[in-house]
Design a protein around this ligand. Structure first.
Ligand SMILES: *Cc1c(COP(=O)(O)O)cnc(C)c1O
Length: 377
């Protein structure tokens, strides 16, 4: 495929160093990390111990606070359902936002079906959740506040540290979906007062099918998957050694490269945004330009009157809205919540620039977008 990959908010290319680190665990190092009676098992356990440390490091967490899962979807399910099931009370209410990933919204509707109230905070028109709105929604039944760190469609960054303090002051468990911010924004679970945090490997140049839930010491949750008692009884099942090794390596590289990656990606993003805005100043960048993760660009083009340009850019691999919703014809819930009209959201495109994109990619992207627009108007 010689398309230019600009969909790094959906998933990322595996870093060659990550792939290299995984390969021995697909071949000669095949032990089960639970087998502690021979060297095959010890070897797998040792590799997982290192990966756990690498994952803990990127969050400033302790190794025993990391539970490996199959990805951020599972981590989000485990965090919210696991804590609510642990409390097992009908009066457990949750505050979340209306622009969360489906992996939070769908879990919340399930919890709501079981009789617990959910409050959805609407963002402002820039896609930012106002701390005061969350504060005003708190009542004595609120048990969890779950707010994403960065949005997967419009890249906006939420005031996590302030929300963490608010939860701490009110004795409420704070969960953060950090699948989009990890490796792009420095995360310190202690400084940010976070109790539960979900991350995924494949958004940071690691393999698909693995992620983690950070569970702060002493926070209790009920497992969703029971069996062999792995991961301190919180997530049973044989650990996926090669995937976990790759995930650890991906965290290690991302932490080391966070400043240089950000600098490069921010520059490419600015070039692309300005390149389109210079030519078509009536284009609309959805979501705050300032409080935004590097690399995410979400444009709509009101002057196209609902016509999509996505099929007119054969050189580019990008999304209209989020990949999870782009197969369904209904407009993006995130764009709707920040006030983008249904007709304008039809014209929206999301570009995600990543570690492996080049200046040339961005030049071609600008040219493709401008040509596609010119051919429609
Ligand atoms: C990608 C993503 C998820 C889902 O992660 P998987 O590892 O693919 O299950 C959840 N939340 C956000 C914000 C995401 O971007």
């Amino acid at each position: 495929m010689n398309k230019i990959y600009l969909d790094n908010n959906s998933t990322t290319q595996i870093d060659p160093l990550v792939l290299e680190s995984m390969l021995p665990y697909f071949s000669e190092k095949y032990g089960n990390s639970s087998s502690q009676s021979h060297a095959f098992g010890w070897e797998a356990r040792a590799a997982i111990d290192i990966a756990r440390e690498q994952v803990a490091n990127i969050l400033n967490a302790e190794t025993e606070e990391i539970v490996f899962t199959s990805g951020a979807t599972e981590s989000n399910n485990l965090a919210l359902l696991g804590y609510i099931n642990f409390l097992s009370s009908k009066n457990s209410e949750i505050i979340t936002s209306s622009i969360e990933h489906k992996a939070i919204l769908d879990v919340c509707s399930r919890i709501n079906k079981n009789g617990n109230n959910i409050f959805y905070i609407k963002p402002n028109k820039d896609g930012i959740i106002d701390f005061k709105k969350v504060k005003n929604q708190i009542n004595k039944n609120i048990k969890i506040i779950s707010i994403m760190h960065a949005n997967n469609e419009i890249g906006t960054i939420q005031p996590i540290k302030e929300l963490g303090q608010l939860c701490k002051d009110n004795n409420i468990i704070f969960h953060v979906d950090a699948a989009q911010s990890i490796g792009k924004i420095k995360i310190d679970v202690k400084d940010m007062n976070i109790d539960l945090l979900s991350i995924s490997s494949h958004k940071i140049y690691g393999p698909k099918g693995v992620g983690a839930l950070y569970i702060k010491n002493k926070v209790k949750i009920e497992p969703l998957i029971v069996g062999g008692g792995q991961e301190n009884n919180i997530r049973s099942g044989t650990l996926a050694t090669p995937l976990i090794v790759g995930f650890g390596k991906a965290c290690d590289i991302s932490l080391k490269k966070i400043d240089s990656d950000n600098k490069k990606i921010k520059k490419l993003s600015n070039n692309l945004i300005d390149g389109v805005l210079d030519k078509y100043p009536d284009s609309k960048l959805n979501g705050s330009r300032e409080f935004r993760i590097p690399g995410n660009i979400n444009f709509s083009f009101p002057f196209l009157k609902g016509m999509s340009i996505i099929n007119s850019m054969p050189k580019l691999a990008l999304s209209s809205g989020s990949a999870c919703t782009s197969s369904s014809p209904s407009p993006s819930h995130v764009l709707k919540e920040i006030g983008v009209s249904k007709i304008d959201s039809n014209t929206s495109i999301r570009l995600g620039i990543g570690r492996f994109n080049t200046n040339k990619d961005i030049d071609i992207a600008i040219e493709s977008i401008i040509n596609a627009i010119r051919n429609k108007i």
